[in-house]
Each structure stands twice: as C-alpha cells, then as structure tokens.
Design a protein around this ligand. Structure first.
Ligand code: GLN
Ligand code: ZN
Length: 758
C-alpha cells in the first residue's frame, strides 16, 4: 500500500465537449423534458466519475458537480431562498433553483460575482434578518451515494466551509458575521453526520476565504466552529482545504481541531512552505500539498514539485502527506488530448485536468520510491522544449517609459486638447462596441467557413461602420467610435494579431452558468506585428469631421483574460504586452487619430486577495497601462474605460493612470463612487456611465439627467463626460438607438442647466 496518497479537489463539470452546457441550454429552451434532462446530467456525472476513478487518484471528489453553481447549491441546501422567489408560480425545487440562477418574471436573479481572483462567477448567497438556515436537502449525500452505488467509489464529499460561505454572502452586517456563522453550524453538522452514516470517511471543507485578510478574532471563531463540528461528528475526518494563496495566520490555522489541512504551494509565493519549515506541522494532521497548479495549463515541473514535496515530507508524520492540485481543476479545460492543431511544442507542454490527475499519481510514486517515472520524464522534456522555444527568447523586459519625455501635466494637456477638438461641455461618447447584429455574426461565420472572402467580409463590416457613423452624427454624439464590428472578444481579437499567443481548439472553461470561455494562451514573448486597428479607424475617421476614438484592449486585461506563461512574472508579461500595444498607439497617432482609448476592465479583478499586496500590484499595473500609452503627444487624448468593480477602492491608482478621460460603469455603485469622489476629487476627464447597458429597457432621459446632475456635484463641468456604462455589442439596434437618443437629450438638458447657471 502506498503511503503517499493523491487527491483531486474538484474537477470540471462542463464535460470534454461542453456537454453540460448543451444539456442545460436545451432544457432551459424547453427542448428537453425534465426527466430526460436529469438522466442525461446523471450520465455526465457518472462519466466524469469514471475518469476520476480511472486516473488512479486515491481521493475522488464528489458533490462538486452542480447544475449551475456550487455556492447556489449550498444556499438552496440551507434553505436560504430570498423571499422574492417565494411567490413564483412554481414552488418546485428545480424551478426555484434555476430562477435564483437566472431570474424569473418579477424576481431578479441572485447577484453574481467573481470567485476570488478567478474568472469563475458564483451566485452570492443572500441573507435577511429573517434567514434561519437549516439543512433542507443534502446534495452531498446524494452525490456520495450515487458514486458508491453506481461505481463503488467511496468519494470525498466537497463542501464550501461555513466561514467562506458567510464571508461571501450579502445581507450580513460586519457585526453579525459571527452570529450567522454559528447559525449555519447545525446544517453543516447534520450534512456531515448523514455523510458519515452513509460511509464517508474524509470530508473536504473548502475555506478559500482563509487566504484573504482574516482578522484575529475570525481565527478565534474558526477554532470554535471547527471544534464544535469535530466534536459533534467525531467519526468524520475533516480536511479544511484552502487555495489561491498563502493562508493568513497559518500558524494558528494549522492548529484547527480537524484531521487535515490542504494548502496551495503554487500560488503562495513560498509563504505557506516557509511557515511550515519554520514552525513545523502538527504530527496528528494530514497535510494536503497542492503542488500541481490548478489554475494553469502547463505541465508541472517535476523537479520543482518533488523538491517541495520532499521538504514537506520531512516535516510531516509518515503517511500524512497527500499530493494534490493547488485548487479545484474547475479552472482548467478537461483534457489536452483534443488539442491537435497549432504549435506542437506549445501543445505538447499542456496539462489540462485529466493530465494533471496523471501527474499527481506519478509525483506520488516518485516521491515514495525515489524513482523517475517516464510520465514525468516526458514533462521534463516538454517543458525544456517550451523554454527553448524561439518565441520565448525574443525581447528583453526592461521598461522603457523612463527614457521617454514625460507628458505635460493634465492641465496643460487639457488646454491643448480643448483647442484641438473644441468639444462642448459634457461631451457625449460611447464605450466602443456597437450592436453586433445577426447579419454581422452570420457574415463572420460565412467568412470563417470560406464561403465569402476577406474582401467581402470587410466590405460588410465597413458598411456597418458607415451606417453607424451616420447614426452617431444624427444622434449628435461628440466623440465617435467605429463600432468594433470585427471583434468577437476584446482579448481574443488582439491575441490573434500579436505574436506570442496560442489558441486552443477546445480549451473551454466555465465562466458562469452555462457560459464557457476559451482563454487564449500566452506562451511566448508578446510582440507587435502589423497594424491592428489603423485601417478600420482611419476608414471611420474618413467619414466624419468629428473625432473617432482608436480602440484597444489594455495590457492588464490582455493578461487577465488569458492563460499565461509561468517563467515570467505577471508584471513582466504585462509590460511586454504594453510595449506591443504602444507600437499600435503610436501608429494610430502617426496616422492622424487624435483620440485613443485603451480599455482596462480587468484592472481591479486581478488585484491580490490581500490588501497589503495591492500597492505593489497597482504600481506595476498602472505602470503597464502608462507604458502602453507612453510617448504620445500632449494633444493626443488618451481615454480608458473600466467596468464592474468598486472603483472607489482604487481611485488613487485610477488617478495614477493619468488618462485624459476615463469612462466608468456606475449603474451598480453610482452612489458609492460619487461619495468617494467627494472625499477625494479626481482631476482628469471622467465619464460616469449614465445607464446600464445590460438591461433591454430603454433608459429614461430624466433618470439619466439625474445621474449627470449628481455627477456634477463632484466633478467640475469642464471635466465631466456623458457615456453609457459599457460597450453596446450585446444590445439590439433599436434599443441602442433609443437609449443613445435619450442620453444625448439628457446631455443637452444638462448643458442648458449649466448655461442657465443652475
Ligand atoms: N471597448 C469595449 C466595448 O465597448 C469595452 C468592453 C468592456 O469594457 N468589457 O465593448
Ligand atoms: Zn466595460
């Protein structure tokens, strides 16, 4: 019997060919009946378990499969169903479940937000003063029993822990956190008791919130909560699993009264390992050693992983070390077997979920026997080839901003730019993309299939741009856009046009609900090739005397929404991308484009999970943005755009970006932002989105006027811009036109009020 065991913490649910997505969408559209849908889901679940079983790992996770989202599974299992869903026509559990996920008439969906710093979105649990959680269903028991009956697997049920559950909930005031945590305990005790009675041995309890800032008193609560849990179900072996970084207060957390603790040794920057080296590991505890990157797509470096494992083995009692991924494999595609096209060296270096399971088993063997398994020998070769790839050895990573003359102050630039563009007060503009109607999407499909040629495709796109330039003029918008009709995705589009990116054939990961994305892979140095946007922008500009903004995706967003290499730091990769984009920015300027927008919607998203690390991150993130727009003339107006985050948290960084104009989404947190701007005035041009582009409802002129008025209470009238929250690509043409008409009308009314001195 091997003494070094292996565990999977969670596995993709979408299926190798996105079967999960298709099943869900077919059910939602009414094409599949309920019973058939549930049967097909069961089949998918069983196939998935078979793979896990066949991989040879010792602990197979169960209960992490879901029909939508695991956090939602917990909310419904605990009976935390917001009141607005009580009056739905159907009280059926599955109907209510999907209503919470997707919304129903009169009952908006639960809020969705990013799962830590990943691109996965979970549904936020909602509490009210009346919430009284209890275990109304036990989905983990259902999953455990299924795996046992169908395949004889004694699975390791995966629950999200009570601490993380309350930390990620809404409707809990800071002073109520401990009370709510306690109120959840009986539900957890019951769920775990039932699991133990059914034959479960280990229970995995995920507490990723332990890698965020954990106040001292929370560490105390955790001791007591886990103490009670353990005392109530002494037969259960509890493993508290953390991931996405080093655990805060590990010296304390490692003493939790549980049977094992799982740690991330990939994204911990060495900090978890350091605490263990320095202070040891409790002899009675299992250590889950996450040494295979659960969020990256490259093969594990066996020597690095075995080095870590050997050091940890020296600190743990015999038989107490488990080799595992650093997190659930939910964040990587299913299998690299299907990658059959594109650069072979790159493809050969991939390890997706299935390959990572193989790696775990091989690592455990080599660790135990001191052998060098062929499986890992293959990794050594594949990674060496990748490292020697000519695309990895193209550029140096030295920042070049320092050698450039800095731009003049914003005040000086503003005067020059005003002279050049002569815009009215409260200038109106949009964020970049305009409705991508069916005809454009059809043309793209035809073009990709080779049914129409490049020239024809471009002609169709240009017709759209021409149409919309006329429309924007008719609407009397001041700063125009070409419409981004050529882009499906703002990162993928540029990835294809820059060097250093690889595109997988089937590398899908779940983003939210049934939506999956296929992130590009940065494998080499990112370098500019031909001009990417100059022709389209110039074409649009040739049709109008009003300024047309050039439109690019910023370096942080290009990095955040891709898989990237791990031989360079994130900062180094961001600076490479920034320099490649800068080539384009200067080309646009050279071609006569006077306004250039560089979007950074992901800037806040990849901020570290601990506040203490924000400064360092924001320094390089802002530096990369500045690098991307560096070297332009003072007359050239640099715009940027950000959305869907709490901007008030990062106002100083936004200021440091020093764009001439920033447009921000504000429909979700207008009030908070206005308050923050009152405290900390922002000097440059700023547009606070006046309407939410996600709603198909045409916004009312007076409502938007109200938003402008309140913005004017904190932004001087010669700095304020008027724009929607975000791009309009998902909207229909009629609604977009109506909404923009009302928006420009609101701007006119606001200008009249200004002129009248109101
Ligand atoms: N320029 C992009 C657009 O308008 C920005 C998208 C975004 O912020 N996510 O679509
Ligand atoms: Zn946006």
């Amino acid at each position: 019997m091997a003494t070094v065991k292996t565990a999977g913490l969670g596995y993709p649910r979408i299926g190798e060919k996105r079967e999960w997505k298709l099943l869900l969408e077919s059910y939602w559209s009414g094409k599949t009946e309920r019973e058939e849908f549930l049967n097909q889901m069961k089949e998918l679940r069983i196939r998935r378990l078979r793979r896990l079983q066949a991989s040879g790992i010792d602990y197979v996770p169960v209960g992490d499969f879901t029909l939508y989202d695991s956090m939602l599974d917990h909310s419904t299992a605990f009976g935390l169903i917001p009141e607005r869903f009580a009056s739905l026509p159907s009280r059926d559990a599955l109907d209510v479940y999907f209503a919470m996920a997707r919304g129903a008439t009169g009952a908006p969906a639960s809020e969705m937000t990013k799962w830590f710093d990943t691109n996965y979105h979970y549904l936020v649990p909602e509490w009210t003063a009346k919430s009284a959680p209890s275990l109304v269903r036990n989905p983990w028991l259902e999953a455990f029993s299924e795996a046992k009956q169908e395949l004889g697997i004694v699975g390791r049920p995966v629950l999200i822990g009570p601490y993380t559950f309350v930390r990620l909930s809404k409707g809990i005031a800071p002073g109520e956190l401990q009370g709510k945590l306690k109120s959840l305990l009986p539900a957890y005790i019951q769920a775990i008791t039932e699991l133990t009675n059914a034959g479960a041995e280990w229970i995995q309890i995920d507490e990723p919130s332990l890698v965020t800032d954990v106040p001292e008193e929370h560490a105390e609560w955790l001791q007591s909560v886990y103490g009670q849990l353990k005392a109530s179900v002494p037969a259960a072996k509890l493993l508290v699993q953390t991931y996405f970084g080093p655990v805060a207060r590990l010296e304390k957390i490692k003493l939790l009264p549980v049977d094992g603790i799982g740690l991330d040794f990939v994204r911990d920057g060495g900090a978890n390992a350091e605490v263990i080296e320095r202070t040891g590991w409790p002899a009675d505890k299992v250590l889950g050693a996450g040494v295979v990157d659960g969020r990256g797509i490259w093969r594990v470096d066996p020597d690095l992983a075995l080095g870590k494992l050997n050091r940890l083995a020296a600190r743990t009692a015999p038989g107490r070390l488990i080799v595992q991924p650093s997190s659930s494999l939910l964040h990587v595609p299913v299998s690299s077997r299907l990658e059959t096209s594109g650069d072979e060296v790159v493809r050969h270096a991939f390890a997706f979920a299935d390959e990572k399971l193989e790696e775990l088993v091989a690592l455990a063997k080599d660790l135990e026997n001191g052998t060098k398994s062929p499986r890992l020998e293959e990794n050594r070769q594949a990674l060496a080839a990748l490292q020697a790839h000519p695309a990895r050895n193209r550029v140096s990573s030295v920042a070049s901003e320092s050698v450039r003359a800095p731009r003049a102050s914003f005040e000086e630039r503003r005067v020059l730019q005003q002279k050049k563009f002569n815009l009215p007060p409260l200038p109106t503009t949009t964020i970049g993309s305009l409705p991508q109607t069916a005809d454009i999407r059809r043309a793209r499909v035809e073009w990709r299939k080779g049914h129409i040629d490049q020239a024809k495709y471009e002609e169709i796109l240009r017709e759209k741009t021409a149409l919309w330039i006329r429309r924007q003029e008719e609407l009397n918008i001041d700063v125009l856009v070409h419409g981004e009709f050529e882009r499906t995705d703002m990162v993928e589009h540029f990835g294809h046009l820059l060097d250093g990116y690889h595109f997988t054939g089937n590398g899908w990961v779940q983003s939210y609900g049934s939506r999956c994305v296929k992130p590009p892979v940065i494998y080499g140095d990112v370098v500019a090739r031909d001009a990417m946007t100059v022709a389209d922008t110039l074409y649009a500009q040739s049709l109008t005397s009003r300024p047309v903004k050039g439109m690019l995706t910023g370096p942080i967003t290009m990095l955040a929404w891709s898989f990237s290499r791990d031989d360079l730091s994130k900062a180094e990769i961001a600076f490479q991308i920034a320099r490649a984009l800068n080539v384009e920015v200067l080309r646009l300027e050279e071609a006569g484009i006077g306004m250039i927008q560089v979007d950074e919607p992901a800037l806040r998203e990849i901020a570290p999970l601990r506040r203490g690390e924000w400064k360092e991150y924001l320094d390089w993130a802002v530096g990369a943005f500045r690098e991307s727009v560096g070297g332009v003339k003072n007359e050239t107006q640099i715009h940027t755009h950000m959305c869907y985050c709490d901007f008030h948290e990062i106002l100083p960084a936004i200021e440091a970006m020093d764009a001439d104009v920033i447009s921000l989404e504000t429909s979700r947190s207008h009030g908070a932002l206005v308050e923050a701007l009152r405290e900390e005035p922002y000097a440059n041009g700023i547009g606070l989105g006046v309407y939410d582009i996600h709603s198909p409802v045409v916004p009312d002129t007076q409502e938007m006027l109200g938003v402008i008025r309140s913005a004017l209470s904190v932004v001087p009238s010669d700095r304020l811009w008027v724009n929607p929250d975000c791009g309009l690509k998902t909207r229909g043409e009629t609604e977009a036109l109506a909404a923009l008409r009302n928006m420009t009308e609101a701007a006119v009314l606001a200008r009249q009020e200004l002129a009248a001195g109101k």
